[in-house]
Design a binder for this molecule. Structure first.
Ligand code: NAD
Length: 420
């Protein structure tokens, strides 16, 4: 289940449907470049530890390379390559003028002090700064990276180049050039497409049950916003495990629990599964694997890749899947789900709200503007709804699943601008 091999299979499937030019297809099987860096960090105990990092710049036919930086112990070159390819497809699928990039550092950030995390983040920039910039490659947050980390990275970059370039990185804190709405934009985009899908399927929010795997930036805001719209959140989880409650879960309670640092807990401390022991006493503890197989209307994977595979795809009972995580479904599982009639709103569409507001942030930085949250959300809604409708139409026209339709629309745009 190498994510890059999965990405290439998705490319091949779409290329066959649309008769993609052979030379362009060949070029798109490879990233433009991948930087490998070693980052020495002075630890609090005085020793030096060296961390490995990557930055993959996949394709910039439509605009500067764009994509987050992930801090995770399982980061690999192939994962970063796959994520950078999906970024290129995602930007093109929602028709924003950006290319695809992605970075990663092999680290467990939960084991670092704040000072060590800052030195690691600045150290990463010291190794890649010549290859990034608002006119070259613009990073952003991803798993276990935060606005604070983006702020440190911008500051280090500007120190090295000797001038201000707020557009070098997005997902910054608002007082450091960040955009209104960026913090919840990935989820908000996911909510717009979930709403469009509900309309297509003729389901009202109050009749729609939702299970969400992952309770970080993407998953927690998705739960909060869907709940406010009347959707019934019946299960949530994080890395420690999850909870299920048929009567519905108020995600505010899970947020409060996580923010409390686990003081309420006696089982998997500081995690959403502590809800089981709290006010919602009738919750049932479930594993992350159980959550995926619940009998719900909508399943939202919002953690890591490769969680829906050929091993469990047949057990999936959800009617629809909205992929907030990148790469949660393998190509083999996609085939099984399509045959079962499960509608999968693919990552390259469902989670594109994040990069879209990152694009707005970069655009505001470059123009020296600051837009209101209302303006940001109006623009985001227009882009997400437009992309959903276009991809839905392509799905009907080609008789394919939504992922293949999204890739076809994206590849038409990328191939149209590639110089061979
Ligand atoms: P995050 O670090 O804020 O949260 C990650 C969440 O996943 C945490 O709740 C963590 O406990 C949980 N988790 C980790 N390992 C898990 C496991 N094995 N099983 C279940 N849960 C697990 O990260 P995020 O920014 O929310 O990103 C989540 C996914 O969304 C990733 O695939 C990321 O690439 C994708 N995504 C995020 C953004 C964004 O703007 N944040 C944009 C597009 C896509």
């Amino acid at each position: 289940m190498n994510p890059f091999e999965n990405a290439l299979k998705q490319l091949d499937t779409a290329a066959a449907v649309m008769n993609l030019d052979r030379d362009k297809h060949e070029i798109l099987k490879h990233p433009d470049r991948v930087l490998h860096v070693s980052i020495p960090v002075k630890m609090d105990n005085g020793s030096v530890q060296v961390f490995k990092g990557f930055r993959s710049q996949y394709n910039n036919a439509l605009g500067v390379y764009k994509g987050g930086i992930r801090y995770h112990w399982d980061v690999s070159e192939d994962e970063v390559k796959a994520l950078s390819f999906w970024m290129a497809i995602k930007c093109a699928a929602v028709n924003i003028p950006l290319g695809g990039g992605k970075g990663g550092v092999i680290v467990n950030p939960k084991e670092l002090s704040e000072g060590e995390l800052e030195r690691l983040s600045r150290g990463y920039v010291q190794k890649v700064w010549r290859n990034i910039g608002s006119d070259k490659d613009v990073p952003a947050p991803d798993v276990y990276t935060t606005p604070q980390i983006m702020g440190w990275m911008r500051s280090e970059y500007e120190k090295l180049v000797g001038y201000e370039d707020p557009g070098v990185i997005t997902g910054k804190p608002i007082d450091q050039g960040g955009s209104e709405g960026r913090s919840f934009s990935t989820a908000q985009g996911g909510v717009y497409v979930t709403r469009q899908l509900s309309e297509k399927l003729g389901k009202k929010p109050e009749d729609t049950t939702v299970a969400i795997q992952g309770f970080g930036n993407a998953g927690s805001y998705m739960a909060l916003i869907l709940y406010k719209l009347g959707y019934k959140i019946v299960a949530v989880s994080d890395s420690q495990g999850g909870v299920f409650r048929q009567a519905g879960i108020d995600p505010e309670k899970a947020v409060a629990l996580k923010q409390s640092g686990g003081l309420l807990g006696c089982y998997c401390v500081g995690s959403v599964c502590d809800l089981e022991n709290g006010e919602l006493g009738d919750c049932q503890a479930i594993s992350n694997e159980d959550l995926l197989e619940l009998d719900v209307d909508t399943l939202v994977p919002a953690a890591l890749e490769n969680v829906i595979t050929k091993e469990n795809a047949n057990n999936i009972r959800a009617k629809a899947i909205v992929e907030l995580a990148n790469g949660p479904t393998t190509p083999e599982a996609d085939k099984i789900l399509h045959e079962k009639g499960v509608v999968v709103v693919p990552d390259v569409l469902a989670n594109a709200g994040g990069v879209t507001v990152s694009y707005f942030e970069w655009d505001q930085n470059v123009k020296g503007e600051h837009w209101s949250e209302k303006e940001v959300l109006e623009r985001l809604e227009k882009i997400m709804v437009g992309a959903f409708d276009e991809i839905w139409q392509a799905k009907e026209k080609y008789g394919v699943d939504m992922r293949t339709a999204a890739f076809v629309k994206a590849l038409e745009r990328i191939a149209g601008k590639m110089k061979v």
